[in-house]
Ligand binder design. Structure first.
Ligand code: 13P
Ligand code: SF4
Length: 331
């Protein structure tokens, strides 16, 4: 019943009164993103929030992001205005993870020769499995660094859940990759990817790239590594959300750029010669679920002493998921 302007004032009042830090990912709606005390890509959010000392973290993003804060800092109270699960994270659980390990075992690769890496876009149960098996987490901004380190151990890499990120890094590094269920011999591959993907980043096509290159000769194409390898190969720049923003900011004023990632982020960079690389609006439905009203309701619940949507992780899962996340942060 309040307008966004009224809600912003009410949220501000509650923020001043309570020990709460509001965290927001770049894909959040503009009005939600604007009230974030901490903003950034997945890696920056995990690191900056870990260093923050408020009693409550109010996380505006998708489930695995809030959960990662709780795993890293179990003493913090983490609440989410909407507990919306990233569609990619939902594609794998601990049972599908075990099946992937079994697939490798059945194909002559013993568990001690597998080094698992999970993209941060996964739930804590999968991170815990990976941690327990000696592996670690990566994000889109550090995947190459993490995989370079992992390869040093001379093992096969099981990469879950994003087949696109896994294949894109393999291509960048001149490594062989395969996707479970799509044929190929794992003994021949350096990186064996689980067949998960982001439906939002699957929207970008080679036809979209051709369209922009024809319409605006000289235009740059910048994409997120969750896009299909064919799209990333045809791009001028590939990077995480923060890396995309920095790349675009550094371009000359008159340089046109078409960007392949979530709509809210790209729209915030317009009109400065920035285009959405898609004929369909690439909105992440779960990121868009959180509204200012939800943020206000969640703050009000804290103020009334009855927090809602609090994230809990069971101790065993927390312990091993933390190991997997900290191995990444230590790098
Ligand atoms: P970043 O780590 O680049 O912020 O990506 C998160 C994400 O969910 C992209 O779809
Ligand atoms: Fe998950 Fe894709 Fe949304 Fe990112 S854009 S949060 S990977 S569904």
């Amino acid at each position: 019943q309040y307008t966004n302007e009224e809600l912003k004032i009410k949220i501000d009042e509650l923020k001043k009164k309570l020990s709460v830090t509001v965290v927001a990912h770049f894909y959040q709606r503009d009005e939600v993103f604007e009230i974030g005390d901490i903003t950034g890509d997945s890696l920056e959010l995990a690191m900056k929030t870990k260093a923050d000392d408020s009693e409550f973290v109010l996380f505006c993003g998708v489930g695995f992001m809030g959960q990662s804060v709780k795993v890293l800092s179990p003493e913090k109270r983490v609440v989410m205005p909407k507990i919306a699960c990233c569609a990619m994270a939902r594609m794998i659980d601990s049972i599908y993870y075990d099946d992937s390990v079994k697939f490798l075992n059945d194909n002559g690769i013993a568990s001690e020769n597998i080094l698992p890496i999970t993209y941060i876009n996964s739930n804590a149960d999968v991170k815990a499995k990976v941690g327990e098996m000696g592996g670690m987490v990566c994000t889109s901004s550090n995947a190459k660094k993490i995989i370079t380190k992992a390869l040093g151990e001379g093992k096969k890499i099981l990469f879950v859940p994003d087949r696109c990120l896994g294949q894109n890094i393999a291509n960048q590094m001149g490594l062989k990759s395969m996707v479970i269920g799509q044929g190929g011999d794992p003994k021949e591959a350096d990186i064996i990817c689980y067949d998960g993907f982001c439906s939002v980043h699957q929207l970008f096509t080679l036809e979209d790239i051709e369209f922009y290159r024809k319409k605006y000769p000289g235009i740059k194409i910048a994409t997120h590594p969750e896009c299909d390898p064919a799209i990333c190969d045809a791009s001028d720049f590939v990077g995480s959300t923060s890396q995309l923003i920095n790349y675009i900011k550094e371009l000359p004023q008159d340089q046109k750029v078409a960007v392949g990632t979530e709509f809210n982020l790209v729209n915030r960079l317009r009109p400065k010669n920035t285009y959405v690389l898609s004929s369909t609006k690439p909105e992440c439905p779960t990121m868009n679920e959180t509204t200012l009203q939800d943020v206000y309701d969640t703050l009000k619940a804290i103020d009334e002493g009855e927090p809602i949507n609090e994230i809990e992780v069971d101790p065993k899962t927390q312990k091993w998921a933390k190991v997997a996340l900290e191995r990444m942060l230590d790098l």
